[in-house]
Each structure stands twice: as structure tokens, then as C-alpha cells.
Design a protein. Structure first.
Length: 152
């Protein structure tokens, strides 16, 4: 993905998903198969122990997964709608401060597109790692996405 396309996807994503702006999420990286987003520390979004609320952590992880799906399959949107089907999150350590979510596509673009071409509704995992600025992994999330073919 070239830099201009990446910037268009980032801007479009943040414009289309208002809650990302509410939490102040930003992109640090975006390419086919990988997205990295950042959740800034904000006392208004803290939980009872002073770290980011679980809902905010879920949101940055899910947003990074959605961004990787759009970055990878954005050229397929005229024929299929991307939708998450399941999500599982594991909170491993107390997160304090800014948080980074790195999402990675779990299947190749070519495999997923081939299934779509066959008239199937492909499913694919996106794995997300949540980290603090010092590199401590504070959580992991897995989301299964599908490309639902548009009805004609």
C-alpha cells in the first residue's frame, strides 16, 4: 500500500467511525495485513484502578482489526461487506499510560479473495496485541471477520 492510499484509508476510517475520535485513537502504522493504533492515556477513560477501561482497550483493539480489514480488502467493498463475527479478549496485566494495539491478519488476502470469488462468505482471524509504551503486553484479542457478499 502506498503512503497516499494509507493516508486516505486512515482519514476515511476515522471519519466513518466517530467513537474512535471520541477516544482520541490515532494510527501509527497501516499496511496490507497490519495496522497499529494508539489509545492515549486519558483520565476520563480510566477504570477503578487508574488504567484504561476495558471498553476502551476493546475499542482500540477492535478498531485496529477493522483498519487492517479495510486496508487489506478495501478494494472489495463494492461486492462484500466486512463484519466482525466473534471476538475474544484476554486482559493479561494492568495497563497504565498510553496503549498501542497491533493487529495482524491471520490469513492471506489471496485465500480470502479466492473464497469470495467462489461465491463463499470467507472468514478470517485478526490477532491483536495490546502493549504499553515500555513494550509490556497487557492484553491479546482475537476477532474473526467475514466478508459478506452483497445481495444483488
Amino acid at each position: 500500500m502506498n503512503a497516499e492510499t494509507a493516508e486516505q484509508v486512515k482519514a476515511g476510517f476515522l471519519a466513518a467511525v466517530p467513537f474512535t475520535r471520541t477516544l482520541g485513537l490515532t494510527f501509527t502504522e497501516l499496511d496490507h495485513g497490519r495496522a497499529v493504533m494508539r489509545l492515549p492515556d486519558n483520565a476520563d477513560h480510566h477504570n477503578h484502578v487508574g488504567g484504561p477501561h476495558a471498553g476502551a482497550m476493546f475499542t482500540v483493539a477492535e478498531s485496529a482489526s477493522g483498519a487492517v480489514v479495510i486496508a487489506t480488502f478495501g478494494d472489495q467493498l463494492e461486492r462484500a461487506l466486512p463484519l466482525p463475527t466473534t471476538a475474544e479478549i484476554h486482559f493479561l496485566k494492568l495497563a497504565m499510560g498510553d496503549l498501542t494495539a497491533e493487529a495482524t491478519l491471520g490469513r492471506s488476502r489471496e485465500e480470502v479473495i479466492a473464497e469470495l470469488d467462489e461465491g463463499k462468505r470467507p472468514e478470517f482471524p485478526v490477532e491483536i496485541e495490546l502493549r504499553t509504551d515500555d513494550g509490556t503486553v497487557t492484553g491479546r484479542m482475537s476477532i474473526v471477520w467475514t466478508l459478506r457478499p452483497n445481495r444483488k
